[in-house]
Design a protein around this ligand. Structure first.
Ligand SMILES: C[S@@+](CC[C@H](N)C(=O)[O-])C[C@H]1O[C@@H](n2cnc3c(N)ncnc32)[C@H](O)[C@@H]1O
Length: 212
């Protein structure tokens, strides 16, 4: 078992992140008229709220997380909802790989700040882009360095935070549809402590002709 930074929460409740899809996944729906048959990869899928939502819309989803507790929860939710076309498994973004252009959509929601350092974030981001087909979409959300209120709500969690602009630079070869740095105010169910994270959210399309 490997702790991706959220296992205390996963251990304490069966649905830490709830069942509603993330905001950029909803934004994606304004770009893609139908998800039927689309190949989607969700890296750091947690308990699978985005993967399940998209599979229920007809996508063929591969979803993995380094936390076996999160994957157990995702499998239980898949069973409860009777969703077929989503494959959940334990895997590490630093080691997992798929051939280039394997997916119509690649999602990394809350993953990148969990990685050990900037070099790992850059390396994984390069693979996320490479695995997205040209003309396909990438959905990325991560803590950035502007404002993190971690001590009380996330004791013992030391995420890697980069400046928002560094993320924009990492994904600069995409056609950017959304890129913003906003505060997220949240309270997790296992400790009830209200806190704030500054979040980079990027929705981009891999360009057919990529800039050199
Ligand atoms: C902020 S949570 C988001 C979960 C989910 N994407 C969502 O939006 O509900 C980040 C997830 O990334 C996972 N994670 C951290 N490091 C990882 C790694 N190296 N490979 C795969 N997953 C990882 C954590 O276990 C955690 O479930």
């Amino acid at each position: 078992m490997t702790d991706g930074g959220y296992d205390a929460g996963y251990r304490a409740c069966p649905s830490f992140w709830g069942s509603q899809p993330s905001s950029l996944v909803l934004s994606l729906e304004s770009q893609i008229p139908s998800f039927e048959g689309l190949r989607i990869l969700d890296v750091g899928c947690g308990e699978g709220k985005n993967a399940l939502y998209l599979a229920r819309k007809g996508a063929l989803v591969n979803a993995y997380d380094v936390s076996d507790i999160a994957i157990d929860h995702a499998l239980a939710a898949r069973e409860a909802l009777q969703v077929k076309d989503v494959n959940f498994y334990v895997g590490d973004a630093m080691a997992e790989n798929f051939p280039s252009e394997s997916f119509d959509v690649v999602i990394a929601y809350g993953l990148l700040h969990c990685l050990a350092d900037e070099q790992s974030i850059r390396e994984v981001s390069k693979h996320l882009i490479r695995m997205t087909r040209k003309g396909g979409y990438l959905v990325v959300c991560a803590f950035n360095s502007r404002l993190q209120d971690l001590a009380a709500a996330h004791p013992g969690f030391y995420p890697t935070t980069l400046r928002h602009q560094v993320y924009v630079d990492i994904f600069k070869n995409l056609q950017i549809l959304e890129a913003h740095d906003r505060d997220l105010h949240e309270t997790h169910p296992h400790n009830g402590i209200a806190h704030t994270h500054s979040m980079t959210r990027i929705l981009g399309m891999r360009q057919t002709i990529e800039p050199k």
